[in-house]
Design a protein around this ligand. Sequence first.
Ligand code: ZN
Length: 222
Amino acid sequence: MVHSTIPDHIVVFGRPGSGKSSLAERLGTDFGYHLVRTGEMLREAIRRNDFLGKRVECHLAKGDLVPDGLIFELLEINLKSPGSNRLLFDGFPRTMGQVPLLEQFENRLHFKIDCYLEIDVSREEAVARMTGRRICPKCGATYHLIARPPKVAETCDLDGTHLEKRPDDTTEVVQFRQQVYDEHAVPILKYYQEKCPELCRKVNGNQPFDAVYTEARAAIGG
Ligand SMILES: [Zn+2]
């Protein structure tokens, strides 16, 4: 009898610009993973504007990182009975402080992460991708100077409007986000590589998305 070796509980890592979110979505669709996304949970909590949401908003308004304890509360609400589902964590753990929180979840809710998947993209490539993104302020069409360039430089194909960078794509913000990843995520990856090298997988993210996805599928045995 053949047993599926596809992991049931995955954590995906990848710097901003790595294509991590797109990859997570496609793995979710193809293999039935429920995506656990703390970024989305934070935005939802703010929209609900309940007690938790107000606390989240308060930290974000001050420009602070949302404290790990608050992230834990959010996850607890969102993860009712994860033991029965395939889970894919996208954006958690984000700091070393959240690593023991994940371990607490595993113990309390009786599941085990069986794959830590890293999309390995160089910082230079990630910055080039992020600063190359353009959007049409009139119709919302999106372009990319390398991957999907407009026919005429900096001009929308559909309505001729001059293209703009997205507000969070300025070089300064992009470099800052890369620095945050280097400071917080790289130590987490090192930690797991020492603790459980047999569960760590790395795919080359410095290639077109479809190739990255094919490699990621193979890495999880799918
Ligand atoms: Zn347009």
